[in-house]
Design a protein around this ligand. Structure first.
Ligand code: URA
Length: 270
């Protein structure tokens, strides 16, 4: 039998696999992680990260998983509403124990950019790079998004609200194998997204791709929805195709450019 490698060698082998593109560790025996809950004690609200602590009635419910079952959405609404600012909202999301996506994610991916921006982009979910780094849109799609924004003189790094952008996702945790979120996951995370938008209070929202449109407009069919102004979360919204789609379908870039120009004109009051 091959002896176990020493820790440094094991780490180097793991790094090498990650460089090759491995994103999941698969054991000899399949593990249903959704069933682990039955054998492992649920983390209690009390052990959760930063202050301020979770909204108190929600914390009490979370301490009793039986009370909480079936109330995941109501608890999310309560926790989201209790957040007076973005820092508290991040803490509340971090403290939310009912979404199984959290169990498989390395990091909570909350947001990036300038919270005083006039423009807020809503993406889908963190991918591998975002999960590792803890920020949205840092992989290939994110690099394209930054280029697209630069083409209309906007940036998530800008200090000037006129040219600044704020970015978040429908899901704060990476779904396994980047699968689409289930309707239950969308429903329980939506109150946090809605509160996020309320706290940033941008002038314009850009839902990017089908998942963002489904969450905010209750509609799919991005190629039909894109480029048409609508309302989402009470704000003017212009759905756009997701940059990951543009990477796969370069011919769609022409329409994305039209949408970017539309945003620029709207922000300039034209
Ligand atoms: N795609 C998204 O929708 N969001 C990210 O953060 C990264 C890729």
């Amino acid at each position: 039998m091959t002896p176990d490698p020493d820790p440094a060698t094991a780490l180097a082998m793991l790094d090498w696999q990650i460089d090759l593109g491995a994103t999941e560790a698969i054991g000899d025996t399949p593990v249903n992680r959704y069933e682990l809950e039955d054998t492992a004690p649920r983390a209690k609200a009390a052990v959760v990260v930063d202050k301020p602590a979770v909204a108190e009635p929600a914390a009490a419910m979370m301490a009793d998983p039986k009370v909480a079952e079936g109330q995941a959405v109501a608890i999310a609404q309560q926790m989201a509403a209790a957040a007076p600012d973005l820092i508290s909202l991040k803490s509340e999301i971090n403290a939310y124990e009912f979404c199984d996506l959290k169990k498989g994610a390395r990091n909570l991916v909350f947001a990036d950019g300038n919270p005083v921006a006039r423009l807020m982009i809503i993406g889908e979910a963190p991918g591998r790079e975002e999960d590792i780094e803890g920020f949205p849109f840092v992989g290939k799609a994110g690099q394209l998004l930054d280029k697209m924004l630069a083409a209309i003189d906007m940036s998530r790094r800008s200090d000037d609200p006129q040219s600044a952008v704020y970015i978040t996702n429908v899901l704060p945790w990476r779904p396994p194998q980047n699968r689409d979120p289930s309707p239950e996951e969308m429903a329980m995370l939506l109150p946090f997204l809605q509160r996020h938008i309320e706290l940033v209070s941008p002038e314009i929202l850009i839902p990017m791709g089908n998942i963002a449109c489904q969450a905010l407009l209750g509609l799919r069919g991005i190629t039909r929805l894109r480029g048409n102004w609508t309302k989402a979360a009470g704000l003017p919204a212009l759905p756009m195709t997701h940059p990951a789609y543009l990477l796969r379908t370069p011919t769609a870039k022409r329409e994305a450019w039209l949408d970017l120009q539309e945003i620029r004109a709207r922000l300039k009051g034209q």
